[in-house]
Each structure stands twice: as C-alpha cells, then as structure tokens.
Design a protein around this ligand. Structure first.
Ligand SMILES: Cc1cc2nc3c(=O)[nH]c(=O)nc-3n(C[C@H](O)[C@H](O)[C@H](O)COP(=O)(O)OP(=O)(O)OC[C@H]3O[C@@H](n4cnc5c(N)ncnc54)[C@H](O)[C@@H]3O)c2cc1C
Length: 524
C-alpha cells in the first residue's frame, strides 16, 4: 500500500475531491448570503533554484541522482503544509517558500551525510514527513542560507521489527498512517493512532509534533506511545529510550518528541502496539448543554472509565452536524452530541460499554444509538475535503485548538469564542468540540467559518492572533496537538517564559550550532 500524493493546492487525494453537497451549500447561502466563485490559479511560477551545480552534485552523490528533484512540480508539492493560510497562498500561486530541491534519503547514514553537507554549505534543511503541518512547520527561514533542501522521508518506509513479547514495533519515519497500520496488521497489531490527518501524516511527523489521535482516550497520545527514538543530529546520532521506564535523569525522549525538525531528524521510532481490536462499536449520546456533557466526560475520566473514543460537540457544532461531515447542513439536533467508541475483545467492550452507559445515563445523557456513532466513524476523515469546497465558494474555514484544566474550561471556551467572533464580525460561525480528555482536563477544538474578505490570509491571521491571546489570557496552552511551527512561536514564548525559551535555545545551539535544521521553526 502506498499513500497517494496530495493535491498541491488542496487537502488529500485529488481523486477524492468533492463538490459542496447541496445541504451544505444551502446552509452557506443562508449563513453567508450567497456563494462566490474563488477558483485557484493554475499557473506555477517558482523562484530559481538557489543551489549551484557543484552543491547539487554533492547531494546527488549522497542519495543517488534520481533522488534529488529540482523540477517545478516536485518543489511545489513540498512547499508549506496544509493550514488554511498555506492553502490560500498556494491557491493564489504564491510559491515563494518553495525549497530549492527535494532530497530523498533511504537510510539513517544518508540523512547524517546530508546534515554534514548542509553544515558545510550553510544550506537549511526541512524534514518533510506527510506535509500535513498546520502551524507553518515546513516554512523554514531562507535569509542567511545558501538554499533550502526539503528532506523528504518518503523512501524510509520500513517496518524494522515487531517484538510480540514486549508488544513494541520499530518503524521508519516516512511511513504514512495507513502504510504503517497495514504493515502492523500483518502481525495482528495496531498503534491505534488515528488523527484526522491519518491518511497522509507520517510516523516521524507524529513524533516530531506530539500528535494526538481521535482514539487517544483509549490508546494514548502519540508521545505516550513512543518508547525509543533514533535521531540524526548535526552533532551525531542520539538514541533515547533504553527501558519501559527509567529514572536515568530527565527523559531525553521528551526533548526530541515535539522538536519539529529543529533538533535533528527522527530516523526510527519504536512504539507500543496493541492487538488489532476484534470489535469496534461507536455510538451517540445527547446532552442538554455543552457543560453537562463536559461534566460527564470528566466523571468518566476521573473514574477510570474512558472509552477508546470520546468527543463532545457544542450546541453550534451539533446543530450543523459537523461530527457527521456527510450530513452537514441537514437538519441537526438540539443540545450537544457526544460520540463514544469502544474497541477491544467483545467481553471487554461489553463490560466497559455497560459501565459507561450506567454513568452517562445517571448523569442525564440520552442514548442516540449506534447509527449516529457509525456515521461519525464513517465520515471521520472527510471534513478536510469540505474545507477546499468552501474555499472554492468564498467561505474561509480554519480550525484551532488548545487545552486546559477542567476548572478553567468555561473561561477558555468563552474567551476564544468571543475573540474569534469579535475579530471576524458578522457573519461568522464558531463551532467547538472537546476532542481529547484527561483526568485533569481536556482539549477544545474550534472550527471557524466566515465570509472570505479581500485579504483572507491577513483576515485569518488577525482572528488567530486574537484567539491565541485569549488562550494566554485564560492560562491555557497555545496548542494541544498541532505543535508550534512558525505560527505559534510568539505565544509559545509566553507560555514557557524566558527561562524555558533559553533552555530550548541552548539545546538548539548544542545540537545544531550552525542552525541549519528548520531555521525559524519552534525556537522563539
Ligand atoms: C486536515 C488536518 C487534520 C489534522 N488532524 C490532526 C489531528 O487529529 N491530530 C493531530 O495531532 N494533528 C492533526 N493535524 C496536524 C498534522 O497532521 C500533525 O501535526 C502531524 O503529526 C504532522 O505529521 P506529518 O508527517 O504530516 O509532518 P509534516 O507536516 O511533514 O511535518 C511537521 C513538522 O515535523 C517535522 N518533521 C516531520 N518529520 C520529521 C522527522 N522524521 N524528523 C524530524 N522532524 C520531522 C517537519 O519539519 C515539520 O516541522 C491535522 C492536519 C490537517 C491538515
């Protein structure tokens, strides 16, 4: 199995691009007063390749001629990620951030050689996994460098080994989600990591951004699944994770998880795996209000009764059926929709489900049946395609996320929602769901839709800045799972304070003294 190449101006598999469904179009007419026609430009104009022939020849000697790509389309496909500003710039034909060349190493040693080359020639290097970053993680600073190489990990796709006794598996970084799961399924195991970007994001990217999947309540966040990492740094190879747990000083795995290509290139990831579940059941629950549903989630988490999947839409998200993207615009329900999912052996599923049902019923939840849960499971990877269809008709759509402790939930929710509505003005839709749940708190995931103005990138960046300020004012985090990239750096600095910033700068100076790794990303 090989994941398809994504469309350079849209999300996902070009073959799966969808027109706006009638019901959704009706909703847009109603909310935003008519559809515009905002086609993407088709011309492709790239800046000239900055690296000279000798430099390219050296890179070719490391990875082989056919794995150094300087063609327009290759460079275009490795330009930026998939945030809405990234898509808007791509749709406008802005390719100023294109790398000079795309390089595809096949081994850890080739990556190490490329790092040496980049140091000697002052060339910036951007690790590229799936290209699904939504925080500017692939937009390296160009000034001060002889050029920019996109280090495409697409050839590093081996399942290195499975240890069925310890229940761990070691994978190379370039495996996309479905590719990794297909290889692991041959051994009857799964990672259980299914973010909405699962179909295109990579194993290395999951580790480099501390990603969190839709089944995190059951399987854990990706960083919690990683037991060992191999990282190529300009100072040599770092291997971290020698035992299931240890007290050998600070955990250096955590320094590399979330390092977003700024400290090194992750070339192997060992993760905890589980048996492929024999049964999967998803169902819906209705709550009178968002806070009622949130209180029920907290009760489950604190009682140690979390299902494998749990998410809760607020009233606005429930009303337009965002949890069931195939039905957006169809008549939605009142109140708030919760989705629960149970995966595992049939007896364990039945026992957990019965216990959860007793708690939720006791707290005032109303069962909405398996059909609703199945509709969520069926459409769970479809919503990003809809974003492109909306951009086509002049509706600006983007998402952002944060997290806080339970006692601070309402303040954070109100603060971010108000900041978005106030900055964007009427007509704007702000929808929200709780996407990940812990004993002590949860994450909030906002989806925003507004009428696209003349300068949509600036329009969104102003709203995003106001929302980010609101997160800081509420004492929350700037990101629960999208990572820092370039877009969140300013608020990340506020979040960790000057001492935290200095620690990161010191690590960067030690591991990457010439600053060739993803310059401008992560480190404030
Ligand atoms: C539609 C959509 C839905 C999304 N849903 C989710 C979600 O549910 N949960 C979630 O957590 N995130 C989500 N994201 C964000 C994104 O998918 C994640 O951040 C993902 O983990 C990135 O993986 P990637 O392989 O695409 O990395 P890339 O986008 O290629 O890279 C991300 C960053 O990591 C660095 N990097 C990549 N590979 C390596 C490596 N091997 N070594 C060192 N650095 C590396 C890059 O340089 C870059 O800074 C979503 C994004 C989109 C567009």
């Amino acid at each position: 199995m090989t994941s398809p190449e994504m469309h350079p101006q849209r999300w996902g598999d070009p073959a799966r691009a969808t027109a706006l469904p009638d019901a959704a179009a009706g909703l847009i007419e109603l909310a935003f007063g008519g559809l515009d026609d905002r086609p993407a430009v088709s011309s492709v104009e790239l800046p000239p390749v900055g690296l000279d022939a000798d430099q390219l020849a050296t890179v070719r000697r490391i990875v082989g001629d056919e794995h150094v790509l300087t063609g327009d389309e290759d460079r275009r496909l490795r330009t930026r990620g998939k945030s809405t500003p990234d898509l808007l710039r791509a749709r406008a034909g802005d390719l100023t951030d294109a790398p000079d060349a795309v390089v595809r190493p096949a081994t850890h040693d080739e990556v190490a050689d490329l790092l040496r080359f980049c140091q000697e020639h002052e060339v910036a290097l951007v690790p590229f996994g799936g290209g699904t970053s939504v925080t500017g993680g692939l937009v390296a600073r160009r000034e001060g460098y002889a050029g920019v190489l996109s280090l495409d990990l697409v050839r590093m796709k081996r399942l290195v080994d499975v240890d069925p006794v310890s229940m761990t598996a070691t994978l190379e970084p370039g495996l996309r989600g479905p590719e990794a799961e297909a290889l692991l399924a041959e051994h009857g195991v799964t990672i259980g990591h299914f973010p909405q970007s699962f179909e295109f994001a990579s194993i290395g990217g999951f580790a480099a951004t501390r990603s969190s999947g839709q089944s995190s309540a059951g399987y854990g966040r990706f960083d919690a699944l990683v037991v060992r990492l191999t990282v190529a740094t300009p100072q040599g190879t770092l291997q971290v994770g020698s035992a299931p747990a240890n007290a050998a000083g600070p955990d250096l795995r955590q320094l590399m998880l979330g390092s977003e290509g700024a400290f090194g290139v992750i070339t192997a990831v060992t993760v905890r795996v589980r048996r492929v579940p024999a049964e999967k059941v998803y169902e819906g629950w209705r709550w009178p209000s968002f806070l009622d549903g949130a209180a029920a989630m907290r009760t489950l988490a604190q009682a140690g009764l979390l299902p494998t999947v749990i998410r809760l839409s607020d009233e606005s998200e429930t009303a337009i059926n965002l949890a069931r993207p195939d039905e957006i615009g169809a008549e939605g329900a009142a109140g708030c929709l919760m989705i629960t999912g149970f995966e595992g052996e049939p007896e364990a599923v039945a026992a957990k489900r019965a216990a959860v049902t007793a708690v939720l019923t006791g707290l005032g939840g109303t069962p909405a049946g398996e059909e609703v849960g199945q509709a969520w499971a069926h459409g769970r990877f479809n919503a990003p395609y809809l974003r492109d269809s909306l951009l086509d008709v002049g509706v600006l759509v983007e998402t952002l996320e944060t997290a806080t402790f339970w006692s601070n939930l309402q303040a954070l929710y109100d603060g971010v929602k108000t900041a978005l509505e106030t900055t964007l003005g009427d007509p704007t839709m702000v929808l929200c769901h709780i996407s990940h749940v812990y004993e002590t708190g949860c994450s909030l995931y906002f989806t925003v839709a507004t009428k696209e103005g003349e300068q949509p990138v600036e329009q969104w960046l102003a709203a995003k800045a106001a929302a980010s300020d609101a997160m800081m004012a509420a004492g929350a985090t700037i990101t629960h799972h999208h990572a820092v990239g370039t877009d969140h750096k300013q608020w990340f600095a506020t979040e960790i304070g000057p001492v935290g910033v200095n620690i990161l700068r010191a690590v960067k100076a030690e591991l990457d003294p010439t600053g060739i790794l993803n310059p401008g990303v992560l480190i404030p």
